[in-house]
Design a protein around this ligand. Structure first.
Ligand SMILES: NC(=O)C1=CN([C@@H]2O[C@H](COP(=O)(O)OP(=O)(O)OC[C@H]3O[C@@H](n4cnc5c(N)ncnc54)[C@H](OP(=O)(O)O)[C@@H]3O)[C@@H](O)[C@H]2O)C=CC1
Ligand SMILES: CC(C)(CO)C(=O)C(=O)O
Length: 304
C-alpha cells in the first residue's frame, strides 16, 4: 500500500513516521526548513510513548514526484486546505482514498472542489503533537486514537491493517463518521477557544471556578449549534466532554493555542468563528464563541 502525507507537521509527521517505522511505504509532502531537515536527517519523534528516529524518509514538496498512491492523508491547517487540495491531482487515481483529519467541519467540502467526493474519507484524531523544530515532532500526552469513516471499504480496511502494524496509532472505523466529526468540532472548539484565549493549558482552566464556567459555556453553545444543524450530541455529551478534558494531561494545550503562542496563523475562523457564523444562520446565540472569535481575530494571521 502506498501512502502520501499531504502535510508532515504535528499530525502528518506523527502518523507518517509511525507508519514508515513499521515498514509502510510512506512519502511525505513538506516544505521549507522542515522539508530540508527531513531530507538531510529524516524525522524524529519525541513522545511519552518512547522516542523514535527515522534517519531516512522520502520527502518532497512536489506531489508529481510521488505519483498515484492508495491513501493520501491530508494533514495541513484549515487555512492551507484549499491550496493543498489544488495540488492533490498527481497523487489521486480512481482507487485512491483521500483521508482528511483536519479539525472543524469544512475540510471535506473544500477538498471536494478538487477530488471526487466519493473518494474522500473523513476522520478525527486525538493525537496531540506539533513541530518542535525542523525535522522534530513532539507528542504531548499519550493519546493515539484516530477514527475514520469508510467501514467496509476495502482500501480503508487495508489502511487499517497497515496502521495496526504501527505503534502509536489506534485506528477505529465507524459507520457514522459525521457524528464523530461534529462531536470533535464541539469539543475542540471549546478546548481550543478556552486554551487559546486564556493562554493556559487545560488543568488550570478546569481548576478555576470562573474559567471552568467559560469552557462549559463554549461546550454548551457548541451543543446547541450541533443540534440546530441536525447533529444533536448524545444526552451525556456534556459529562463525556468534561471527563475527556479531565483525562487529558493538565499541561496540554490545543494545537491552536500552541500556534498562537508561536505567533503562527491560527484556525479560529473554522472553530469558534464557525460556531459564530452558524449561530447567526440558525438564530442560536453564541456569545462565548463570538467573544473568542472576535478577540483572537486580531492574531488570526499570525506574525511569525
Ligand atoms: N496538532 C494536533 O495536535 C492536532 C491537529 N489537528 C488538526 O490537524 C490539522 C493539521 O494540524 P497540524 O498537524 O497541527 O498542523 P502543522 O502546522 O503542524 O502541520 C501542517 C504542515 O503542513 C505543511 N504544509 C501546508 N501546506 C502545504 C503544502 N501545500 N505543501 C507542503 N507542506 C504543506 C505546513 O508547512 P508550514 O509550517 O510551512 O506552514 C506544516 O508543516 C489541523 O486541521 C489541526 O487542527 C487535529 C488533531 C490534533
Ligand atoms: C485532540 C486535540 C485536542 C489534541 O490536542 C486537538 O485536536 C487539537 O489540539 O487540535
Amino acid at each position: 500500500m502506498r501512502i502520501a502525507m499531504m502535510g508532515s507537521g504535528g499530525i502528518g509527521g506523527y502518523l507518517g513516521l509511525r507508519l514508515a517505522k513499521s515498514g509502510a511505504d510512506v512519502s511525505f509532502i513538506a516544505r521549507g526548513a522542515h522539508l530540508q531537515a527531513m531530507r538531510d536527517n529524516g524525522l524524529r519523534l519525541e513522545s511519552p510513548l518512547g522516542n523514535v528516529d527515522l534517519p531516512r524518509v522520502t520527502a518532497t514538496d512536489d506531489p508529481a514526484e510521488i505519483g498515484k498512491v492508495d491513501i493520501v492523508v491530508v494533514a495541513v491547517k484549515l487555512y492551507d486546505c484549499e491550496a493543498a487540495g489544488s495540488s492533490l491531482a498527481p497523487l489521486v487515481g480512481t482507487n485512491t482514498r483521500v483521508v482528511t483529519l483536519l479539525n472543524g467541519i469544512d475540510s471535506a467540502d473544500i477538498l471536494a472542489g478538487f477530488v471526487p467526493r466519493a473518494q474522500i474519507v473523513c476522520g478525527t484524531t486525538y493525537v496531540s503533537s506539533y513541530v518542535e523544530a525542523p525535522g522534530l515532532i513532539k507528542q504531548a500526552g499519550a493519546m493515539t486514537e484516530v477514527t475514520l469513516g469508510g467501514r467496509s471499504d476495502p482500501v480503508i480496511e487495508a489502511f487499517q491493517d497497515t496502521c495496526g502494524k504501527a505503534e502509536g496509532i489506534d485506528l477505529l472505523l465507524v459507520d457514522d463518521v459525521d457524528q464523530q466529526v461534529w462531536s470533535k468540532f464541539v469539543l475542540l472548539s471549546a478546548f481550543s477557544g478556552a486554551t487559546s484565549l486564556m493562554r493556559s493549558s487545560i488543568g488550570p482552566i478546569l481548576a478555576d471556578v470562573e474559567s471552568r464556567q467559560f469552557i462549559d459555556q463554549l461546550r454548551d453553545e457548541g451543543m446547541a449549534i450541533a443540534a440546530a444543524a441536525g447533529h444533536p450530541m448524545a444526552d451525556d455529551f456534556a459529562q463525556q466532554a468534561t471527563s475527556l478534558w479531565q483525562r487529558i494531561p493538565g499541561e496540554t494545550k490545543s494545537s491552536m493555542a500552541n500556534d498562537l503562542a508561536r505567533r503562527k496563523r491560527i484556525e479560529v475562523a473554522w472553530l469558534s468563528g464557525r460556531m459564530h457564523s452558524l449561530g447567526r444562520e440558525f438564530g442560536v446565540p453564541t456569545p462565548a464563541h463570538t467573544a473568542v472569535y472576535r478577540a483572537l481575530h486580531l492574531h488570526a494571521k499570525g506574525t511569525a
